[in-house]
Ligand binder design. Structure first.
Ligand code: C2E
Ligand code: MG
Ligand code: MG
Ligand code: MG
Length: 286
């Protein structure tokens, strides 16, 4: 009987797996269609300087509103795009669109673009970046590429040369989700990052009494300062978190406390009305 049950469970399990694979295949097909049919769009979240309380730039974040399922999180569809190779085209679309949008913002306002490990591993990637800059006429120092620690899991020499080639273009490089990867700190000494983005898991709740997060943030900030890198605290939601982040010396903050990701038109309208001035939500003076 036990054996029979086992087989039953197994059968059930594999038909479930089949549904999952089927579901993924359908999503992939829909994603391919969305890319071709103008079904993807970018939203932009402000990055604010703690010292000046001014918006120094925006991070471009990809959005997909599925015609039947509604909004699908990039945390769900980016991995599918990675697995199927679709990320190359999607990534290029993101880069070109973000550069073109940012070129319409005031001089000096930057745009940050997420780069997936697959894009980073492609030897043609610097040419794609160069082409997006040329087409948009965006100054290279206004483009920041966000890379996660996972790029260090692959071949060392290729990774090093990719960093060198990207820096040679004059773009800025940021290490995203810092503190969540497996890698040692060793790569920080040779990878030419301009900025470390402290992962939101350290920022959220850091202001709660007894939290160890503030000690960790403090250590990351002093490490970054010693290496000449900026720090962005990601995911600050409350006024208390904002105050703490300031005290801990992070140079930048990105989080709901200063604004959620918004469509390009809203960025333009906000820049027109307030310039690059930023104020915590719920604390606006006007
Ligand atoms: P990420 O690059 O670390 O982006 C930050 C994420 O945190 C965004 O989620 C943003 O909306 C969210 N966030 C920012 N501030 C707060 C806050 O105060 N509270 C909370 N709860 N969340 C906050 P999103 O847009 O869902 O993106 C998730 C991830 O998907 C990104 O993490 C990035 O890894 C990936 N992603 C998004 N767009 C792209 C893209 O164009 N290309 C690639 N390769 N990955 C992308
Ligand atoms: Mg990012
Ligand atoms: Mg992040
Ligand atoms: Mg992330």
């Amino acid at each position: 009987a036990a054996k029979g049950n086992g087989r039953g469970v197994h059968r059930f399990y594999s038909s479930d797996m089949h549904a999952d694979a089927e579901d993924r295949r359908k999503l992939e097909e829909d994603l391919r269609h969305a890319l071709a049919a103008d079904g993807l769009h970018l939203v932009y979240q402000p990055v604010v300087s703690t010292a000046s309380e001014r918006i120094t730039g925006y991070e471009a974040l990809l959005r997909w509103v599925h015609p039947v399922r509604g909004p699908i999180s990039p945390a769900l569809f980016i991995p599918i795009a990675e697995d199927t190779g679709l990320i190359a085209q999607i990534g290029e679309w993101v880069l070109r669109t973000a550069c073109r949008d940012a070129a319409q913002w005031p001089e000096g306002v930057q745009v940050a673009v997420n780069v997936s490990p697959t894009q980073f591993a492609n030897p043609a990637f610097p040419a794609t970046v160069m082409s997006a800059l040329a087409a948009s006429q965006l100054a290279p120092e206004r483009l920041e590429l966000e890379i996660t620690e996972s790029v260090f899991l692959t071949d060392d020499a290729d990774t090093d040369s990719m960093f060198t080639r990207l820096k040679a273009l004059g773009v800025r490089l940021a290490l995203d989700d810092f503190g969540t990867g497996y890698s040692s700190l060793g790569y920080l000494k040779k990878a030419p990052f301009d900025k470390i983005k402290i992962d939101q898991s350290f920022v959220r709740g850091a202001a709660i009494k007894g939290s160890r997060n503030s000690a960790i943030i403090k250590a990351i900030v002093s490490l970054a300062e010693a290496l000449g890198m900026d720090t962005t605290a990601e995911g600050a939601e409350t006024h208390d978190e904002l105050e703490l982040i300031r005290q801990l010396g992070c140079s930048h903050i990105q989080g709901y406390v200063y604004g959620r990701p918004m469509p390009f038109d809203d960025v333009v309208a906000r820049q027109r009305a307030n310039g690059s001035a930023a104020s915590p939500e719920g604390f606006q003076s006007s």
